[in-house]
Design a protein around this ligand. Structure first.
Ligand code: KG4
Ligand code: ZN
Length: 392
C-alpha cells in the first residue's frame, strides 16, 4: 500500500509518501517522497514556538510540500484540462472557516493535478500544539474527501518510537525487538518512560512533573545566549568541555532532581532554575558557557541513567527504545550506549537514524501503517479531531 503522511504538530511541516509491502511489523518500507520545512528560524526570536505563527506557516507550506513529495515520487500528474471539483462543497465545509488560505491553495492543487494512487493518509492528531495540529488534520480530512481514501490518525509519540527502530541502513524495515520493551521519549514537549508488552500496547510508567528535558535544554541554552532551539549547541559544547577537561563552573554541583524519589518520574525545572542562579549577574566567558553546558548535561544524564535503569529493572525489559528530538544528543547516546550497558549488559538499545530523531513525517507513515486496520473511511472523516494532549 501507499501511504501519504502528514506532520504539523509543532514547528516542522512535513509530508512523505511511503510504499509498504507486507504487514506490520514485518513490512518493507520504501520512501518514495519526503519533504520537510522547518520554522525554527522564525520562532527563534520568541525563544519557543509561537502557536499562531506556526499555524499560519503550516497552512502556507503544506500544499507546496505535498507537490514536492508527489513530484519526487513521480506521482504528480497534471490534468489535461483543469476541471471543476465535484466535491467543492465538502471541501469548503472542512476548510472555509478555519483555514481559508489553505482552502484556495488546495482547490487550485486539486483542479490542476490528478488524484495520485494512494491507499491511505496518515496524519498526526496529537499530542502537540492545537492550532498547529489542526492544520494537518483539516488538510488530511479535505484530501481524504477529495480523493476518497481512508485516514489513520496517528499519535506523534508512537511515531517517535517507531522511528527509533526503523532500520534505514540495511533494509528499510522495523528491527524485530524483544518484549517487554521500555521506551524513553525525550523531546521538546515530552519526557516519558513507556512500557510496551507488545505492539500497540503502551503503559506510561514515568513522566516529567514540569519541564520536558528538551525544554530544559532550550531554556538553559537561552540563559547562555544560544539560538533557539539550543539543545544541539548545549550537547556540542558539553562534548567540547569533556574533551578539554574544563573544571566545573560552580563550586557546588547542580541538583539531580528526583534522583532518589523512588519512582520513575522526572522534574527539570529546578535544574534550569539552578543554572539561572548560577549564571545570573555574571559576565560569562565562552569557556564558562561551555563548562555550564557540560555541568547541566551531566545532571540530566545522571537522572536519565538512574530512571532508565530503574524502569528496566521493574519491567524486566531487555529492549530500550530512545526517541524524540533530544535523542539526537551525542552525550545522551553515549551514556545510554555505554554507561548503561555496564550495569545492564543484556539490554539492546535503539536510537533513531540521523534525520529521524527530530520531527518528521516518515515516522508518521510508520505509525499510520501500524494503525491501518482501524483507519477512518473517507466518508467518516468529519469525526477526526486534533487532540493536543493525546496520550499513547
Ligand atoms: O521531537 P522534537 O523535534 O520536537 C518535539 O516533539 O518537541 O524535539 C525537539 C527538541 C528541542 O528541545 C531541541 O533542542 C532538542 O529536541 N534537540 C536536541 C538535539 N537536537 C534537538 N537536544 C540535545 N541534543 C541534540 N543534538
Ligand atoms: Zn516530536
Amino acid at each position: 500500500m501507499k501511504i501519504l503522511s502528514i506532520e504539523t504538530s509543532a514547528d516542522e511541516t512535513a509530508v512523505s509518501l511511503i510504499q509498504v509491502t507486507g504487514e506490520f511489523p514485518t513490512a518493507q518500507y520504501e520512501i518514495l517522497g519526503n519533504a520537510l520545512s522547518s520554522q525554527v528560524d522564525m520562532h527563534a526570536q520568541y525563544g519557543g514556538i509561537f502557536p499562531s505563527l506556526a499555524k499560519r506557516e503550516h497552512a502556507g507550506k503544506i500544499v507546496p510540500l505535498l507537490i514536492k513529495t508527489l513530484e519526487e515520487a513521480g506521482m504528480l500528474e497534471e490534468k489535461s484540462l483543469p476541471e471543476p471539483l465535484s466535491n467543492e462543497h465538502a471541501l469548503e465545509e472542512i476548510l472555509a472557516e478555519r483555514e481559508p488560505e489553505l482552502l484556495s491553495a488546495l482547490q487550485k492543487f486539486l483542479r490542476t493535478y490528478e488524484a495520485p494512487e494512494i491507499d491511505m493518509i496518515a496524519v498526526t492528531t496529537g499530542p502537540g500544539l492545537a492550532p498547529a495540529l489542526w492544520v494537518g488534520v483539516n488538510f488530511a480530512k479535505a484530501l481524504a474527501t477529495a480523493w476518497n481514501v481512508k485516514v489513520a490518525p496517528v499519535n506523534h509519540m508512537e511515531g517517535h518510537i517507531l522511528a527509533s527502530i526503523f532500520d534505514v541502513v540495511e533494509d528499510d524495515e522495523l528491527v524485530p525487538i524483544e518484549f517487554p520493551a521500555v521506551a524513553l521519549l525525550i523531546s521538546g514537549g515530552h519526557t516519558e518512560l513507556v512500557k510496551m508488552d507488545r505492539w500497540g500496547s503502551y503503559e506510561k510508567i514515568g513522566q516529567t512533573r514540569d519541564d520536558a528535558v528538551g525544554e530544559a535544554f532550550d531554556k538553559v541554552a537561552r540563559l547562555l545566549g544560544f539560538a533557539y532551539p539550543g539543545g544541539k549547541e548545549i550537547d556540542e559544547r558539553a562534548a567540547l568541555a569533556r574533551k578539554q577537561n574544563l573544571p566545573p563552573f560552580t563550586d557546588k554541583p547542580l541538583p539531580r532532581p528526583m534522583l532518589h524519589s523512588g519512582d520513575l518520574d522526572f522534574s527539570f525545572s529546578g535544574l534550569k532554575t539552578a543554572v539561572r542562579y548560577a549564571v545570573q549577574d555574571k559576565d560569562l566567558s565562552d569557556n564558562d558557557k561551555t563548562a555550564i553546558a557540560r555541568d547541566f548535561m551531566d545532571a540530566v544524564i545522571e537522572v536519565l541513567l538512574k530512571k532508565v535503569s530503574a524502569a528496566l529493572e521493574t519491567t524486566g525489559a531487555k529492549t530500550l527504545i530512545v526517541g524524540g528530538g533530544v535523542s539526537a544528543s551525542r552525550g545522551i547516546r553515549t551514556a545510554l550506549n555505554t554507561t548503561l550497558l555496564e550495569t545492564h549488559p543484556n539490554v539492546e538499545v535503539y536510537f533513531p537514524a540521523p534525520g529521524l530523531s527530530t520531527d518528521n513525517s516518515i515516522m508518521i507513515a510508520l505509525a499510520g501503517h501500524a494503525k491501518a486496520g482501524t483507519a477512518t473511511p473517507a466518508g467518516s472523516v468529519s469525526n477526526l479531531r486534533a487532540d493536543a494532549n493525546k496520550s499513547l
